[in-house]
Write a protein that binds this ligand. Sequence first.
Ligand code: 6A9
Length: 823
Amino acid sequence: ALSVSLAVAGFIGGGEAQSGDESVLFSETARMNNDSLLWGPYRPNLYFGVRPRIPRSLVSGLMWGRSDTYTDLQNHIRYTCEQNEGMEGYGWDQYDTRLGGTQTIHDKFNNVDITTSFIKVPGGAHGGSWGVRIKGVPRPKPATEEDPDTHVKTMVVFYLAQEEEGSQLIVKDVSGADWEDDGFAGDITFEGASQGLGEFKVVITQGEGEHPKSDHIYSAERNLDKTVVQSLTTFYEHMWQAKQLLFRQIKEAVDYVISKHDPNNAPPPWQVYQLGNSPGAGNLHFVQRMYEGPFEFDVLFSSASAGKDLTSEDVTREIRTASESFGSHFKKVFQLQAPYNVDKYRKFAHSMFSNLIGGIGYFYGHGVADRSYATAYEEEDEGFWVDAAQARAEHREKPDGPYELFSSIPSRPFFPRGFLWDEGFHLLPISDWDMDLTLEIVKSWFNLMDDDGWIAREQILGPEARSKVPLEFQIQYPHYANPPTLFFVVDAFVNKLRQAANGTGDGKAAASTGSSNMVDNTELGLEYLRQLYPRLRKQFDWFRSTQFGDIKSYEREAYSNREAYRWRGRTEAHVLTSGLDDYPRPQPPHPGELHVDLMSWMGMMTSSLLNVGELLGTDASTEDAAELRKIQEAIARNLDDLHWSESEGCYCDATINDYEENELVCHRGYISLFPLLVGILEPSNSKIGQLLKLLGDEEELFSPHGLRSLSKKSPLYGTAENYWRSPVWININYLALVQLKNLGEQEGPFQAEAADLYNRLRRNIVDTIYASWKETGFAWEQYNPETGKGQRTQHFTGWTSLVVKIMAMPELDVKNSHVRDEL
Ligand code: 6A9
């Protein structure tokens, strides 16, 4: 734990000499961030779970399930988010990482709608206090032959676990209670202390709600209509398996009942499953309640150094304040544009954004990496992918870390962990909302960079995260890349800083609708960038030294600077590292292959570094600039020389054919557009015309639901896994929209065409995502280009949430351009 905190501090300090003032300012921002960002529902893999951004600390979680029958409860206790388990949508309707927000969970199977309203109150020296109001409203339950009872009964368990070794959590004023003793009829208070949190108190209020009644004789033995608390002491390693632990404890309760009662005349399930009451000291505490009908209670965490205990009245007030603030902040930050500036789309936009930002998690623990640097991983020879697969099968991986990561995630039920290139997209809407939070996340990712400049693509940290992923998918390889989309975020920050620095009064405010210290206080922002720049540069150098294309068989002289690139780690069927997993590539794989998407990303990184460097004007960045400009020119030239196909009118991957010659391999689709998508083509570049033709052709990429990943005319369209071979992906469509808008807004040969495509694509995308959301209650990983239906991963609230930015982009006026055309 200690080494992790030091590593984090390392970024701030940067190990470099700083002027005293700046470092003071910088740590001031760090402190403010820590205060309002310490706590959160940072366990997004759970329907609801709170933890602080401290490696081992106080964690908590919510479980519930209907307790009408014996089997329901066993099979349908909700805890971790899962797909397709009879949920009619769930997620944050409003959420702000600094204030809190409200989540609703529509649990059809369990006949209950749950609301979790989480709020934070700053104060004191340990990140403030927080509270959550948990509310359940039963759905009407029709009587059936098997189950004539129309009363909905719900078991609710809230648990607290203290992960930090040696620190305890104690139920106040109670110890050594007898198993069969009464439970609690009033509030339950826990007291605890730990290194990171100081002293604190957690109160679980009695709240409202009826216990189910039963006239079974068992009712006379135990007072069953109260809240019970079971305090346990367990190992840190087991704590994440809280649900299994609960089952173990429930089984104990069941065994107890069986030992005393005839199984043929058993008490009803809500009595059988009631835990024994054993409150006291421990590091894991289950608080269990059985309800019939609606219920509501609060969990109130009060930091002692705040000097004042949080109350339910505070929670009521803060829920209101958070909601009001969310609404007005949203209006300012995302000004929804016609035709989406009406209420029904606002609600949708709120939900999409809130789920993205409410999905932010804090992860801690070991990953798994193979740092053997086996020769086969150099992928130099023909047949390299066979040798590499063999080397991987030798399993030379080892635990890697521990690391900590603060990040958003693609999907709570299915991928509740950090993905490098997804994160760059996630942070674009988040940076509009809260730039300081964004920069905190960027920092967290760059703290994961190793000495060579590598950042692992997928962050599966700790046993809980790893338990969801088969071993072969857990292993990270230090020669595998992933698109450097965090550079987009850095660019967004640089542009805001520029605006703020240039602007006076109004301009300044406009640059920072998200009210950001880093933007408002330009010196702070620049200092952040000064510390980040060497890391950006290092990652860039890592790409250049590990993902270079082998162009020795080409006429090397012609290709200045040898700018040409190849993703490492490809197999016959996949280039997972590219992010476009099964998008068709040259076959068979060849070590002389060149990938146009990677070349484009390198161009984008180069421009971004130049952009940062120019703003900073430091000696180092000025020195770098000349070299970077040379690389930029070489990439522009080589893109055309190595990747442009005149006959296809688009960009293509290249390989070495049987005659040892460079040969273009064109699978028309997203890859063909890449230099345009990442924004490295000059608006006057005549090739854009041909790319727009491909993009806009309804027989190729343009569908009523967005751009297809592969041309409908491709023989591989919709084939094999069909993951990136026809479906519509929102991240790529977003990039296309940004570029089309750019072209549509400035005079040039493609202005009218681009504006028209932009307007139509924008509507197709928004309407498609909205319709699916309306119908299913969820955002989806991708959309079917023929039907528009959301598909693959459900509740994919990662880059699909870019729709919020898209709705805030203005429709363009194409009329003028048409007039010009007619003239
Ligand atoms: C494998 C299976 C429970 C695939 O959104 C994350 C990534 C994207 O970065 C990538 O571009 N998704 C896209 O092609 C999802 C990847 C999920 C891998 C999970 C393990 C575990 O089964």
